[in-house]
Design a protein around this ligand. Structure first.
Ligand code: FES
Ligand code: FES
Length: 186
């Protein structure tokens, strides 16, 4: 067995140290060492996007990155999306729009969408489809996923507008309730 290497990274906001063999992928390290099994193993060749995580702000296939390459990086996985009492607005919108069936692709879509909204909070449909082009889904036909991401973007933007006016933003769920009731969220 190859000698293991100590890797230090920030994962979901927590300083994290783990051991991995130089040949192990980040996906293996996340799932098998850190027990963060939200990132899914699909193709292992970079084609399906089920293993997508955000590394230093960019969505990447964790099956194509070595665990040792995580040294010093900031990594977000699907486990870090929700707050203790609230789903992330993307997760909430995926549920509301029935954007998943078997769910194997969902963590990857959520992380690609999160990376998109972090860098472009008001994407148009083409930009959403482009950002999600590396994620495959065999169940939903994609439209419901695109609708959920668009709705999440609208909800987040409404929350930010209101936060800018009041000095503090509403929770995602407050903004979502208003949006779904057809009220203008200021
Ligand atoms: S498992 Fe990584 S892209 Fe498919
Ligand atoms: S929900 Fe089954 S592959 Fe996407």
């Amino acid at each position: 067995m190859a000698k293991k290497v100590v890797v230090e990274a920030t994962i979901n906001g927590e300083p994290t140290e783990f051991l991995c063999e130089p040949r192990q992928s980040l996906l293996e390290s996340l799932r098998d060492v850190l027990e963060l099994t939200g990132s899914k193993e699909g193709c292992l060749t970079g084609d399906c996007g089920a293993c997508t995580v955000i590394v230093d702000g960019r969505p990447l296939c964790s099956c194509l990155m070595l665990g040792v390459e995580a040294q010093g990086k900031t990594i977000q996985t699907v486990e870090g999306l929700a707050q203790p009492d609230n789903l992330h607005v993307l997760q909430q919108k995926f549920l509301e729009h029935a954007s998943l069936q078997c769910g194997i692709c969902t963590p990857g879509f959520l992380m690609s969408a999160k990376a998109l909204l972090d860098r472009n909070p008001r994407p148009n449909e083409g930009e959403i489809r482009y950002a999600l082009a590396g994620n495959l889904c065999r169940c939903t036909g994609y439209d419901k996923i695109v609708r959920a991401v668009a709705d999440a973007a609208q909800t987040l933007a409404a929350g930010q507008r209101r936060g800018a006016q009041l000095g503090s933003g509403p929770s995602a769920s407050e903004a979502t309730d208003k949006f779904l009731q057809g009220e203008e969220v200021k």
